[in-house]
Every structure is written in C-alpha cells, then in structure tokens.
Design a protein around this ligand. Structure first.
Ligand code: HSE
Length: 433
C-alpha cells in the first residue's frame, strides 16, 4: 500500500505573504511526516503568526531552492518571471519536488516546467493555483479521468465574485467593494489582474489543459473584465431572472477549443448562480459522469494553503501522476476554435432618447441580422430601468441564441442611430444544461 511507503519530507517555503504564512502555520501545526525546515522572504522577524525559531532563514529564494536538505520546495512568491521562475527551475533541476500557487507562472511557463519536472523525475503540483481551496486539479487529473470532457465552467476569481455579490446585494460602489476585498487578502498584488479578468484567464487556461490535454495557451483566452458592470446592470438582470457572474468557460467545439472569460448572465436558479461572495465554483461536464460542480473558497490565506499542504502531503505518499494528468509527450498543441462560435443569448442595455419609433428601429436592426428577440423592455415605473430627468430611457433586450459576430454587426448598425446615447452594454448569456 502506498500509505506504508510514506516518506518523511523536509519542506522549504519561499514567500511568506498571506498564503506562505498560512502554509507555514498549517505545516507547523500538523507535522505528520512533512517538516517545515526552511523559509525565505524579504523581511525577517515580522509577525506572521508562527515562530521562525529553528527554521533556516534564506534572504534569497534561489539559495533555498538549492538547499540539499530540502525535499519539497513550495513557491509562494508570485509573479511570472524573476525569483519565482528562477527558483522553481533550480529546485526542479536539483531534483526537488515543487508545489506552487502561482497561476501566472504556470500560464506562461507551465509546459516547460512540467517537462523539466518529468526529466528530473520529480512532481510539480499546483492545486492552489486554481480556485483556492477547491481540489479541482486533482479532480480533473485523477477522479474524472474516465471522461471525455466537453465543457469546464467556473467562477474562478474570489475578488470579482465578492464584488459582484456586494454590488448586487447592497448597491455598494465598485471601488469600495474592491478595497474591502483587498483588505481581506483576496485580491492580487495588482488588482487589475482580478477585475480585468486576467487572473481568471490564467486559471482557465490551466483548467483547459487539464481537461482537454492540450498545451497551455493563456494568450488565446478571450478576456473581458468586470470594470464596466454597474449595480444597475446587476439589478436589471435580477429583475429578469438572471445573475451576473464573471465566468471562465473552456469548451471543446467541433473545430477546436474555445476559452473565454467575461461577465455572464446565468439563470438565477442555476446551481452556479447561487455561488456568492468569495466562493468559487467549477463545473465540469463529462460523457460518463454528466455534470459535476465543486464549490469552495477561492481566495484567502488558509483556504489556499489548504491546497498547498494537500499537494505536499500527496507528494509524501509518492504520488506520481503526471503534472497535467497527461505525460508531456501526450499533450497536443492548442487548437483554437475557428469561427467566433459563441452561440447563446445576449443581454443588451441601451440608453436612448425618448422618441417615437425607437422600439421599431431597434427591432428592425435586429431583424435585419436575423436575430430573434426574447424580450424588449422599457419600463418607466421600474426603478432598475433608468428614468431620469434628462429625457433618456433605458431599453433592455434579451435575444435568443445567436452567433456573436452577427450580434456585433447588429449593435454596430444600431449605434449609428441618432437616438442612441453612449455605447450599448452587451453581456453574454450562457446556456446551462
Ligand atoms: N486574487 C485571487 C482571487 C486570489 O481573488 O480569487 C486567488 O487566486
């Protein structure tokens, strides 16, 4: 039995920020065969909730990565180049197992690092890099391996989910929500990574590789963030029976893989729509299992450290599963879906001058492009629909499924009308089975 082969391991942690400090605290409190022996950070002697006494201290993570006494190197520095990349490469080349929470690093260098790990016969584990405490990497790499996967859909950024939830529930302003998320330790060092959708894109690109066995192609993800979403959009969507979530979606289509990140309307009674606050969720659709959804905390020190320590313990049990669940030579080149193939409905909110013929003109432009409207609304008495003193009205359309490129043309034609004020807000609706 593997369990009997469990080997004592010595751990070195590079980076003692929120996640690194939580990882140290957990390891020190549960020293079952995995012993924290060395750490590296910029500043020694800070109060991080654990005692540095007895631990070897390194100012330079690269020196820690070379320490012959370390079996497992935990990279919790962050960043896709510099010390994070260098120290991981050195640790792998020196025959050490590596555990990391660094999605940006893997999105950029994951393939090369996985190859290096394979060549050196060591593990590279990254459960903490995707959806914090949710064990989705292990689920895709091992538990769901029997399946041909067709779609992975996730709420992958705790900061954005937290913000969209509070903006919707309390009408709280965007900046105020962001500040709270930062104070709670959810946000990236540069929060534009969160709100701009890039953090979700990094995670999605890794999920796509795990699900479909292709080389990671983060640069091919269509990315739109939540910056343009207002509490008014969230309220209007709610009145129509939808929630707005920042989703990452990877789908196997007939002509390649589709990877996209964008604010999305989903039916409010769907399971994923009920995942609020800092929680993340990942849904996987497979031919044998059907649909599976995992929900849990997607950010925060202890939740993320739970995944880091889980990886460390797995390694001590001798886990030899390939990095992405496929041997490196089995992974295929990334093949992007050809056409703009997103088929689904759209939410379109348009500010218009209150004039005769506006409804007719909008309906006409949509009909010209063969886009069928599910609903069209302008409601003076509904305070979720703009009704101000400027003589402007807000019209909200919901379309049936249509090809995205056709919708874009229709919006462009619509925008030429003099009654349109500003840019229409267009948000995709995702079909959920
Ligand atoms: N900034 C990330 C989030 C942390 O908000 O989800 C976890 O990757």
């Amino acid at each position: 039995m593997k369990r009997l082969n469990r080997k004592p391991a010595k751990i070195g942690i590079a980076g003692l920020g929120t996640v690194g400090s939580s990882t140290a605290r957990i390891l020190l409190s549960k020293p079952q065969n995995a012993t924290l022996t060395a750490v590296s950070a910029r500043t020694k002697g800070k109060d991080r909730g654990f005692s540095e006494e007895g631990l070897v201290w390194y100012d330079d993570p690269i020196e820690l990565a070379k320490d012959p006494d370390i079996d497992i190197f935990a990279e919790l520095i962050g960043g896709d180049e510099g010390p994070a990349l260098e120290s991981v490469k050195i640790a792998l080349a020196n025959g050490k197992h590596v555990v990391t929470a660094n999605k940006a690093l893997l999105a950029k260098h994951g393939m090369a690092l996985a190859k290096l790990a394979e060549e050196n016969g060591v593990a590279l584990r990254f459960e903490a890099a995707i959806a914090g405490g949710i064990p989705i990497v292990k689920a895709l790499r091992e538990g769901l391996k029997a399946n041909t996967i067709t779609r992975v859909i996730g709420i992958l950024n705790g900061t954005c989910n937290y913000m969209l939830t509070r903006m919707g529930d309390e009408g709280m302003a965007f900046d105020e929500c962001l500040k709270i998320a930062q104070d709670l330790g959810y946000a990236e060092a540069d929060p534009t990574f969160d709100i701009g959708g890039f953090d979700t894109a990094h995670k999605l690109s890794l999920l796509s590789s795990l699900a479909f066995g292709h080389e990671t192609a983060a640069e091919s993800v269509l990315v739109e963030g939540i910056e343009a979403i207002t509490s008014d959009d969230i309220k209007t969507a709610k009145n129509l029976g939808y929630k707005i979530k920042l989703l990452g979606i990877a789908r196997q289509t007939e002509n390649g893989i589709e990877q996209r990140v964008h604010p999305t309307l989903i039916p409010e009674n769907s399971a994923i729509a009920r995942v609020d606050g800092v929680l993340n969720a990942v849904g996987v659709e497979g031919d044998a299992v059907g649909s599976v959804m995992l929900v849990g905390p997607g950010a925060g020190g202890d939740a993320t450290a739970s995944a880091v320590v889980g990886d460390i313990f797995d390694i001590t049990y001798g886990d030899e599963t390939p990095v992405y669940g496929f041997a490196q030579q089995e992974m295929t080149p990334y093949e992007a879906a050809k056409a703009v193939s997103h088929e689904g409905g759209f939410y379109i909110s348009i500010s218009v001058k209150d004039e005769t013929g506006v409804f007719a003109a909008i309906a006409q432009e949509m009909a010209e492009k063969n886009i069928s409207l599910k609903s069209i609304m302008q409601n003076k008495n509904d305070n979720t629909v703009v009704n101000n003193d400027s003589g402007l009205q807000k019209i909200v359309l919901i379309t049936h499924n249509c090809i995205e490129s056709t919708l874009t043309e229709a919006i462009s034609n619509l925008s030429k009308h003099a009654f349109i004020v500003g840019n229409p807000q267009v948000i995709r609706i995702e079909n959920l089975s």
